[in-house]
Design a protein around this ligand. Structure first.
Ligand SMILES: [Zn+2]
Length: 414
């Protein structure tokens, strides 16, 4: 069988834009050749040649904070968060397809509304039965017991306190097939005023989760707003830290010391969406908007400082809420440019090259390089000049995942 050649394309390789146009060859599920600038690649019998007409060829995007089971998407508005079970399963599957439709060929889950929906969906995606991104699947996000809540023995793993309950939860997630296990280490102001400064676990509990994760071969991710929650996560070997808004000097130093092993996603999409939301009169978002305004101001200082210190910071914005729907994920890149001083090229690199590392596949995913997996986007326009072109899926002329077209340019032109 012949290969596929993308000819006459401007190449963004995951780190930088090549000067002029060139060509890229794909065989099977791999990129096998990237031409020098101004050159093309050798054509062989049976090759399919796609003329990119000067459009951009780049790695598929990676969403670092995905909630495929959060109900709202660009195709469907759901006022709340709860869905009947069958609806939840189908909605999750549809959201996976929606992310892929919008150029996200990989997604790192930040938690699901059902224990196994992502794991099951992932097995359908990898077997070729369903469209969707490569997925690091999660189970439910773990929250501690409510004050005064009586737990059945069966609920200990999900909500009980103490190190043993934490270990049991991590073991359970691993057994169910989740790869990332998410904890709410601090509360969240947007849900309850003052909660971002509250720690929901002790260091002993978080560290027990860390030990079990290592034993069970899974990764830990956390919602961490308070400075002490960030420190707790780092001491307990968490790999992915979301938000980090209230990091103090000590937290910054601790983050920097671990910068080669950890990933941060500030989740700026949800903040901007909260500020932009125009809710109906009966729905009071004034508190959420105040909280979002504070977070934005803090993150505008924090993220450039973390970047300066060499931390790996990724787009990924908590999409799936009614006012921040799944499918709008590429907006995070624009917000990195707008609020955090990123160049479009840096934002693109964070969503591709760093995304490949986040997925645990840095040696074969997230770059246009020979030997790398063929997760590729062909788009009209140049995102290095204007990163917002990624937000309109009609600009995506081709979407390839693992060497196969999810969107075929020949069909896209029809
Ligand atoms: Zn989230």
């Amino acid at each position: 069988m012949g290969g596929i050649i993308f000819d006459n394309v401007r190449i963004f390789d995951g780190a930088r834009s090549h000067p002029g146009v060139g060509a890229v060859r794909v065989e099977g599920n791999r990129i096998t050749e990237v031409s020098a600038p101004g050159q093309t690649v050798e054509r062989k019998e049976g090759d399919r040649v796609i003329n990119g007409h000067g459009g951009t060829l780049m790695p598929g995007l990676v969403e670092a904070h995905a909630h495929l089971s959060w109900p709202s998407s660009v195709e469907r508005f759901v006022p709340g968060m709860a869905l009947p079970p069958e609806d939840l399963v189908l909605t999750t599957a549809r959201n996976a397809r929606i992310l892929l439709d919008h150029g996200f060929t990989s997604a790192y889950s930040a938690g699901a509304l059902s224990k196994t929906v992502e794991v099951v969906l992932n097995s359908f995606i990898t077997s070729g039965g369903m469209p969707g991104p490569r997925l690091v699947a999660s189970s439910i996000e773990r929250s501690p017991p409510q004050e005064g809540e009586e737990l059945d023995p069966g609920q200990t793993a999900d909500h009980g306190s103490g190190p043993d309950a934490m270990r049991a939860f991590v073991r359970q997630c691993a057994t169910l097939g989740a790869k990332s296990v998410k904890f709410l280490l601090s509360g969240e102001d947007a849900l309850m005023p003052g909660a971002s400064q509250q720690l929901l676990y002790t260091q002993e509990e978080a560290s027990a989760a860390g030990e079990q994760a290592r034993e069970s071969g899974v990764w830990l991710a956390c919602h961490a707003q308070a400075a002490e929650a960030i420190k707790m996560a780092l001491r307990a070997n968490f790999r992915v830290l979301y938000h980090c808004t209230y990091a103090d000097e000590e937290a910054l130093d601790m983050l920097e010391a671990r910068r080669d092993e950890i990933y941060i996603a500030p989740a700026i999409g949800i903040i901007q969406a909260t500020l932009d939301a125009a809710p109906p009169p009966h729905f009071d978002m004034s508190h959420m908007k105040r909280s979002a305004a504070e977070v934005l101001e803090l993150q505008k200082k924090l993220i450039p400082e973390l970047k300066r210190r060499g931390l790996k910071i990724l787009p990924g914005g908590d999409y799936g809420f009614p006012f921040n729907p799944n499918g709008r994920n590429a907006r995070d890149l624009e917000l990195f440019v707008q609020h955090f001083g990123y160049s479009p090229e840096e934002a693109l690199s964070a969503a591709t090259l760093l995304g490949g590392e986040l997925m645990g596949m840095g040696d074969k995913l997230g770059q246009v390089r020979p030997g790398f997996l063929a997760d590729l986007l062909l788009l009209d326009g140049n995102p290095v000049e204007d990163v917002t072109v990624l937000q309109d899926r009609s600009h995506l002329r081709a979407i390839m995942k693992d060497g196969r077209f999810h969107k075929d340019p020949a069909l896209a032109a029809l």
